[in-house]
Design a protein around this ligand. Sequence first.
Ligand SMILES: *Cc1c(COP(=O)(O)O)cnc(C)c1O
Length: 402
Amino acid sequence: MNEGGSYYLYDEKIILDQLAILKNAFPQVRIFYSAKTNPNKNILETLTKNGCGIDAASSAEVGYAAALNLAKEDISYSSPGKTKEDIKRTICVCRIVADSFSELELINETAKEKGLTAEISLRINPDFSMFGADGLPSQFGVDEEAVLSHKPFIDSLTNVKITGIHVHIQSQILDWAVLSRYYENVFRLAVFLKNSGFDIKIINFGSGPGVVYDRTSEKPLDIERLSKDMSLFIEKYNSVLNAELIIEPGRFLVCQAGNYFTKIVDKKISRGTVYLIVEGGLNGFMRPCAANLVKKFAKEISFSAEPLITNNNPCEFFVLNDSTRKEIVTVAGNLCSGSDILAKDVVLNEAKVGDMIMVTNAGSYGYSLSVREFAGQRTPKEYFKTLSGEILCTASNRFSLF
Ligand SMILES: *Cc1c(COP(=O)(O)O)cnc(C)c1O
């Protein structure tokens, strides 16, 4: 399939299975795929063809979504630090989520210049955090407490109407009870704002649903349990609000649908450690290298810094050969960097130069997050296996409305 070079392979069936799980669990909630997770064109196409909207994290991602002919209401654009140029390019093709009060002014000014009224959402940094504590300072959104005091300012904007809220504070959650409390808190916030005179037509709950990266220490999210609570909240709160409800998952849909493949180009032993040197380490798939880098200093990862770092073992490794013998190896890339370590002291099939290594959990924050051109290395290719088994060669970022 691939003469040398590293590549990603995504499986459409797994993506559609994951989508079905979410659709069944949340039948009254719309699903917007978070494109920054993996903006591969085939992935965007398959998800939007099956009813998803797109959550864009940049004006470029709005461009990818708009190129798929999505309706304006089906593209949500949320990021801090939008420039006037970003707003100008996107205001007619998506629903913008304002991230600050100064951004509200910028949107208002742009809408005025274009002679339109922009219906937008406001990203709120709520007065609660994911694990139950009070709200924290954040570079995202406006503080919940500041929204009311800015109501006169908001009402004074002639060409902007806020008709929805957006909240996203943490993702990769595997505890249904934590997510359940979060969803209820967002509903309560929406009710509070409605009672304070805001128009709430859309509630976007952001992401949250996590995936199992490390099968030895993590259990999958109990979606069925979460689904029951969500139905109760919808009955309790949304019968009054009557808002359109949106969640915007990324990794839940695609993480486990992707594997990363890279070739062993050298094998050596240094003071007792067996090194497999592969073509694409840090510059092909950065996440496992980032975890190793942190462990080098901290031994154990006791925090997450999504989407770069989740836990000690974000991937599993396999040498693709029939060997029945195992060996303990360290898998390193070919960059002149001590941080170019994909796996340390893992037990793999005994390998020889030329064998391929497969790395799991590569469907999200893989290709798009890696430093692909460092040291003039070749960029990995991307392949997409369709439901019918056809393998398409695709590339991210090669199409856009802009
Ligand atoms: C990154 C991001 C997501 C997707 O997060 P996942 O953990 O991949 O599900 C959704 N919404 C916003 C605002 C994000 O920044």
